[in-house]
Design a protein around this ligand. Structure first.
Ligand SMILES: O=C(O)CCC(=O)C(=O)O
Length: 296
């Protein structure tokens, strides 16, 4: 075990946790060098594609990125690091022995106003048969109050799933005026590079624009117990064109243990993320084209 009993109790009660020194300094250096290469390559890109979400003002001389999508699929290091650091054992402590990785994303939040992520519950994007589902946020640089840290509402994972719809479409964010949303309860998760946040899929969270002069590099891994099956595949999470491809995808995304074809059904609140917003290719475009009301 990597987490203490108190850590696990805290996570279960509060719906989030912060852990320090999750990867080594050498691993961080290696990651930053790979990230640097992504930035270099982005100089040739003019529009969002299957790797990059660009920030306003992006250019070949001043690369500004919102996100590098699914880095573990482009660079093996981002997959191997899960096993070669404390990450896998942290996941085992929280999710059990059979664990699947749904997706990864490096939210780079550019300096000088890089995009906010409006308040939401990941669960609203991908309800599962049970809620043994979480997201890890590994900090690749220091995250403080100025560069748009992740904020969470403690215990919100035990509360309702708030509406993430606007004008009849799934807009990927709650309405900040929702009576079940109390921003005064928000906790800000700051930390040194190599720290990692963990939040339950139903925990309300969001982050403000980055008004500092530094990026905010947080690498998110979204994982679930293998017996938690997604109910509706939001594009990036379930690409089941046919049953053979579905099984291959499920095998390929196992962090450890075995695929489980017997979903554990629990009495969890579910609203499907449908109908989709006009551009549902990422959370940023979903929130923008779905007309999400900003809390920031
Ligand atoms: O980058 C952040 O601060 C939050 C990311 C997030 O919640 C998401 O991408 O779903």
């Amino acid at each position: 075990m990597v987490l203490s009993d108190n850590d696990i109790k805290f996570y279960n009660e509060q719906g989030y946790l912060l852990v320090e020194d999750v990867i080594s300094k050498d691993q961080l250096d290696e990651m930053l060098s790979i990230v640097n290469n992504f930035y270099e390559k982005s100089k040739a890109i003019k529009n969002n594609d299957n790797i990059y979400d660009l920030e306003d003002g992006h250019s070949s001389t001043n690369p500004r990125l919102k996100r590098i999508k699914q880095p573990h699929q482009h660079t093996k290091f981002f997959w191997d690091i899960i096993k070669e650091s404390k990450i896998q054992n942290i996941l085992i402590d929280l999710l059990g022995q059979d664990i699947s990785l749904k997706t990864s994303k490096l939210n780079t939040k550019a300096p000088g106003g890089g995009a906010a992520v409006e308040w939401h519950q990941d669960w609203a994007f991908y309800p599962h048969t049970n809620d043994n589902v979480l997201a890890l946020g590994l900090m690749l640089n220091d995250v403080d109050v100025d560069n748009g840290p992740l904020m969470v509402i403690p215990e919100s994972h035990k509360g309702p799933v708030l509406s993430h719809n606007n004008n009849g479409v799934f807009c990927g964010a709650i309405n900040p005026d929702d009576k079940n949303f109390d921003i005064s309860k928000a906790i800000t998760l700051t930390g040194k590079a190599r720290s990692m946040t963990i939040h339950h899929a139903r925990t309300l969270h969001g982050s403000a624009p980055n008004n500092s002069d530094r990026d905010r590099l947080m690498l998110f891994y979204e994982c679930n117990a293998a017996d938690a099956w997604p109910l509706v595949g939001v594009g990036a999470y379930l690409k089941n064109g046919n049953p053979v491809d579905l099984c291959t995808q499920m095998e390929n995304q196992m962090v450890c243990g075995k695929v489980n074809y017997q979903p554990r059904m629990e009495n969890v609140p579910v609203v499907l993320p449908l109908p989709p917003a006009q551009d549902y290719s990422s959370i940023f475009t979903t929130q923008k084209t779905g007309g999400a009301k900003s809390a920031f």
